[in-house]
Design a protein around this ligand. Sequence first.
Ligand code: UDX
Length: 473
Amino acid sequence: AADDVPPSPEAIRGRVLMFPLPFQGHLSPMLQLAGALRARAGLVVTVFHAAFDAPDPASRPPEYRFVAVGEGVPSADLLPSGSDGDFVGAVLRINDRLREPFRDRLRQALAESEEDDGGGGGARCLVVDSNLRGMQLVAEELGLPTLVLRTGAAACLVAYLAFPALCDKGLLPPPSHDKSLLDMPLDELPPLRLRDMVFSTTTSHANMTRCLDDLVAGTRSSSGVVFNTFKELEGPDLRKIAGAIGVPVYPIGPLHKISTETSLLAQDRTCLEWLDRQEAASVLYVSFGTLVSIDEAELVETAWGLAGSQVPFLWVVRHDLVRSSSSSSPRHASLLPAGFAEATQGRGMVVPWAPQHEVLGHRAVGGFWTHSGWNSTLESVCEGVPMICRPRFADQMVNMRYVQEVWRVGFELEGGLERGKIEMAVRKLLCGEEGREMRQRAKDLRDKADKCIKDEGSSNSAIEMLLKRILSF
Ligand code: UDX
């Protein structure tokens, strides 16, 4: 993108240090933010990363400095475990295990920055993922200002801010004797219900509380919070947050529209040629993001549901999508049930990883079956594509509620995965009147997203404010 042109050496006005969480859904927005900063303000970038999570040297921008942290820490210690991925456990371990090694690396980077970028003002601040409170504390110790990047929706932070009060009321964790409470609407958090606040079934309540306490404390002690969202989409929640945390908020999204990203995985681009041969708004794109997994029975139901819908589909089956399958399995398609390929020949395509932005922006794509991760939700909104939502954990239920109840650009596929239900949901989205109305509302949101990054747009103004802030450090 034109925005990604690096500054000439004499134009360099300082260095920004960044520490993303080592997962694709968090790393991409951080690198996109890096791209936006260096292009507009002559800032150069150092990216710290967990040693196991080195961005592909072939696709990372050559003028970025990448610094590995925690070489001696086994990657298994830092990755989510369990069927729904104990993401919270992984976040806590990353903070515990990488904090000490980071102190040395940060000292070193600050000294080098003084030497190398002397004329430009040296290191101005550390931008940390909101889950990396441990790294933020190290920067605070060394006297470096910090900014926090929230890669999720503003709505999600509003939910996190309300978490302690719901615990105090005895509603969280949900009382096990009364399941009906789960459907209770939360008056203080419309459109959320109690069940949408159960962010994990694999994490202990103590760990969840610690993780969210750290996250909120980090936002409050930062010099500002950057959001990958835009004012026209989440204005009321952004205002609530600004009031609650008392530091400036910068809604500068959609980040993938202002800067290119680095993908950790090889993309199968042949699917774009296949999409070229399909009719406008006819194809369902199916992807469950980077972390969600399903069991073999769910894979089979999904396959036959897609086949039975008679709708053309492009389905991402990651090598580790199915829980019991070996992650070294080289052929993702071999996981699919016998007879499926023949039954859907010419009408369906299965890939291990897709160029999602381009797929969602393709005229042939008319709907997205998603796990409701925030990046996927935002990318879909920005291309005017309505959604079938199947949230599993973390912020995904919150995102789904906003898609269904607030923006009304999709609906939840609830309960067990059964082929008949899938067929009906797919046909409702792609072939029905309700789906058509959702598509129209999604296109209205897309137009707003397009506007906010233009010259007078809200996100563009927020980036200008953010740059001023960074250059004032
Ligand atoms: C995780 C959590 O699950 C989610 O709740 C949180 O909001 C972010 O972190 P993840 O599973 O990574 O999310 O999903 P998502 O946020 O949607 O990000 C997935 C990214 O991978 C998107 O940017 C998407 O464009 C990309 N992707 C996905 C591809 O490029 N190709 C694919 O085939 C699938």
